[in-house]
Design a protein around this ligand. Structure first.
Ligand code: FEO
Ligand code: CA
Ligand code: CA
Ligand code: CA
Length: 643
């Protein structure tokens, strides 16, 4: 989803010494499964702590290196369905409305209810996390998928809304939308090479925008600016929403990043209200949805502090389906696109986070304490204590990571920051004062533990003028986005000074005025625009998913992108989405043989309605609207995806 505004100025039941492996082992023994003794090791590999071994011939100066990718790319184009290369298979694994629990009502597109939606896969799947549950002789075949449901495409969800827009919704329809937001934790198993959902898994759960109480923790917990009528303590929020990208921590928890929360608020605070400027900086109220007409807390005139309770990163302990999710305020409040993490050499955990707004910033959080690989409980509140930094990109290729710490520099009472809570609630204004570099919509940031690099997706910024172009955002306007490669000194992800370079300026290389910079080996199908999500596969190769490539006349999709040697900057088209959709996820299984991806808002073209979507993907059943779905891509011969 794009916000068209811009920056203007568990069961305590889990004991104290349990490791993730022990928790899994106990749960599975109860259910008669074999133990998961190899799990801790598998988890380390997932988090990159042990780092996947790189194939020989990659990562060096590499002038003789062969292409990193071996598939035959798919052609540019756009139609009603999705496409994968020859020799690949795609299976739709989870669709909006699919049952997640035994006895969940069968999906009925024309008569959806909130009660049904709370038991079904949500709308507009975005982030996909993979938490392994077992390792059988090296075959990672049982896992939890953690999938965000970012937002609801109202016009495609409900019949009979007509052409008058925006349309007033009934309270029940709003409740359906709230139940369709949030996330799903779903156990999946691979049998004979095919993945399926485990409907009776004790881990399956839905997290929603309402009815999933969550605890607020960290420096802003309990602050008066977070207190509301429903929560006079400022420590409990009724749910989470606008969960865009996210992350999985090294200790196996699921991070849900709250992005465009502003859009779900209505109303107005008085001009001189203490929160007026704060809300303006975040585009609150966005008035994109009708929630505030039925629920006072989404009307800022009624509850001026409610927006301060969104824009955080939520941590969910997926090993305990009864656990209370936690909003970790130490990670700052902004339009969090994602929260991918990596372990620094000294054991501290580092999260890279983009604030997806035109002219907003790139952040890096470094925990104070080191991660404990063998004591899961010791990591329980690791994300409550650390330093949030914002990036200043210098023209000489340095990044200075500026600490957002109360009392340092301008972050003091003279500027309205009385405590660290103020700095975090108004992260954007604090970063403005520090002189952070306004970026072209920072989306997903993918650290690569094997190389000490991180890749930043800058999706586009049509409002940057030529005069506003700078070294790190060199085009004004920037219609197609670019990708920045960060190099951490000595692989120290916790460093406060890093180096940066532009990997590619996206767009059509055949149009010189666009200023795209692809490797000359890139074909007419291999270039793309508007990078959004990214993944590093187990071989250390970069994959990029787009949101807005359709502006170039072809569908969004996933491209493989070379980062090393003489082929650096060569794109290759791998997956094409159906019309109207962007592609999210993507996530590789730890063995690299399955790629999970999220097709978001299929059929959402101009003027599309429930009755006339641009496609009825993936069911193609008459009268049924399109369904955002998770697709799993495998090779027909069972080999490594992309090789
Ligand atoms: Fe939800 Fe920034 O994409
Ligand atoms: Ca995104
Ligand atoms: Ca990612
Ligand atoms: Ca996007």
């Amino acid at each position: 989803m794009v916000d068209d505004s811009e920056n203007t100025s568990v069961n305590p039941r889990v004991g104290d010494t349990d490791t993730l492996a022990e928790v899994v082992e106990r749960r599975f023994s109860r259910r008669g499964f074999i133990g998961a003794s190899a799990l801790a090791g598998s988890y380390l590999a997932l988090a990159g702590c042990t780092g996947p071994a790189r194939p020989a011939g990659r990562g060096g100066s590499g002038t003789e290196a062969p292409p990193a990718f071996g598939f035959t790319e798919i052609p540019r184009g756009m139609d009603t369905t999705h496409h994968v290369p020859n020799g690949y298979r795609s299976d739709v694994l989870l669709r909006w409305g699919d049952a997640l629990f035994p006895g969940a009502p069968e999906f009925d597109a024309g008569a959806q209810t909130a009660a049904a939606q709370r038991l079904q896969f949500g709308y507009n799947n975005d982030f996909i996390g993979y938490v392994p549950l077992t390792l059988d002789a090296g075959q990672q075949n049982r896992a939890l998928l953690c999938v965000n449901h970012e937002y609801t495409t109202t016009a495609l969800m409900f019949p009979g809304l007509g052409d008058e827009w925006p349309r007033r919704l009934t309270r029940e329809q709003v409740e359906v939308e709230m139940a369709a937001h949030g996330g799903s934790v779903v156990e999946v198993v691979r049998e004979e090479g095919r993945w399926r959902v485990v409907l009776d898994s004790p881990y399956n759960r839905r997290v929603c925008a309402d009815g999933t109480p969550m605890r607020v923790s960290g420096p802003a917990a309990g602050h008066p600016r977070l207190r509301t009528t429903e929560d006079p303590q400022g420590r409990t929020v009724a749910g989470t929403m606008n969960n865009c990208a996210g992350g999985v921590t090294p200790w196996g928890t699921y991070l849900m990043a709250e992005e465009n929360f502003n859009g779900n608020f209505l109303g107005q605070v008085p001009e001189h209200h203490p929160e007026a400027d704060n809300h303006a900086r975040y585009g609150v109220p966005g008035r994109w949805y009708d929630w505030g007409r039925h629920f006072d807390r989404f009307d800022v005139g009624q509850e001026p502090n409610e927006p301060n309770r969104y824009g955080w990163v939520v941590e969910v302990d997926v090993m305990d389906p009864d656990s209370v999710p936690v909003k970790r305020t130490a990670l700052g409040r902004f339009k969090h696109e994602g929260a991918e993490s990596v372990v620094a050499p000294d054991g501290r955990v580092v999260l890279y986070m983009g604030d997806d707004q035109r002219f907003d910033y790139l952040y890096k959080f470094v925990t104070r304490r080191a991660y404990s690989p063998h004591d899961r409980q010791a990591n329980r509140d690791l994300l409550d204590d650390g330093v949030l930094h914002v990036a200043r990109f210098d023209a000489d290729g340095d990044i200075d990571w500026l600490p957002l710490v109360h009392g340092q520099g301008p972050l003091n009472a003279d500027n309205g920051f009385h405590t660290q809570a103020d700095v975090l609630i108004e992260t954007r204004r604090a970063a403005d004062l520090l002189g952070a570099t306004p970026m072209d919509r920072p989306e997903d940031v993918e650290p690569d533990p094997g190389s000490g690099k991180a890749y930043v997706m800058l999706t586009n910024n049509h409002q940057r003028t030529p005069e506003q172009a700078d070294a790190a955002n060199p085009r004004g306007p920037n219609l197609s986005g670019h990708i920045i490669e960060i190099t951490e000194p000595g692989g120290d992800f916790a460093a406060t000074r890093s180096r940066w370079d532009i990997l590619v300026r996206c767009g059509n290389p055949a149009v010189p005025d666009e200023g795209a910079t692809w490797n000359h080996a890139t074909t007419e199908h291999g270039w793309f625009g508007s990078p959004d999500n990214a993944a590093i596969d187990p071989q250390g190769r970069l994959w990029v998913a787009t949101d807005g490539n359709d502006k170039t006349g072809a569908a969004d999709g996933i491209w493989a992108l070379e980062t090393d040697g003489e082929r650096r900057g060569t794109g290759r088209a791998f997956f094409r989405a159906p019309v109207g959709a962007e592609v999210c996820g993507p996530r590789f299984a730890p063995d690299g043989r399955s790629l999970f991806l999220a097709v978001q808002h299929p059929g959402d073209a101009d003027g599309a309605r429930f009755e006339r979507p641009a496609t009825r993907w993936p069911d193609f059943v008459e009268d049924r609207p399109p369904r955002p779905s998770v697709v799993v891509v495998t090779r027909e011969d069972g080999g490594t995806v992309g090789s």
